[in-house]
Design a protein around this ligand. Sequence first.
Ligand SMILES: [Zn+2]
Length: 222
Amino acid sequence: MKLIDFIFPPRCPLCGTVTTEKDKTFPLCENCFDLQEKEKFDKITDVADYLPQNKDFYCAYKYNGVLRKAVIKYKFEGEIWMAKPFSVFIIKAIEVYGGFEDIDYLTYVPVSKKRLAERGYDQTFEIVKEISKCKGIPVIKCLLKDNKMGDNASGNKNRHTRVSERRYFFIGNKSEIKNKNVLLIDDILTTGSTIVECTELLLENGAMSVSAAVLASGRKDF
Ligand SMILES: [Zn+2]
């Protein structure tokens, strides 16, 4: 088999089986589709308790099992092709409950420049580029992650402490997001503190509304 034949057919991101975009289970193979139905995220009714400033919140799956293994491969083993199928998970989750009609811009939670240099790609940006291509909505890069701060610094701290320990900064053009509806995308939701912090930044800098979407949630309580 030529390399090009090997690369181009779409594959199920969870098991590697070749699929086609015509399959109703796409991007999953039939087997993984059936398994993932049990891991689907139900409509979240009380998410306002956790993400009070987000207009809407979308999440495709629970972060466990084979999906978790696939995400780890995607993030740490250079399996960048998974960005496309993962983008379809997020698109489908949004289209079930909301849709893209009101969204002016996509943006995302970035990795730090240090991590980007180590890894060679920003896993969430790769997914967001695919969503942008599919839905025709522009991506703006307007958030920067501080190199020095850890990934889970502020989960249990109060807002006052958090503000003094900000991990993200707004580096965009305020006039670009002024009065716009922004969809903020992250790969995995753990505590939710990252979404809260980045949403605050976008609103402080003029966005009219911020909805959030993630591939999967590791929270057990909603
Ligand atoms: Zn599969």
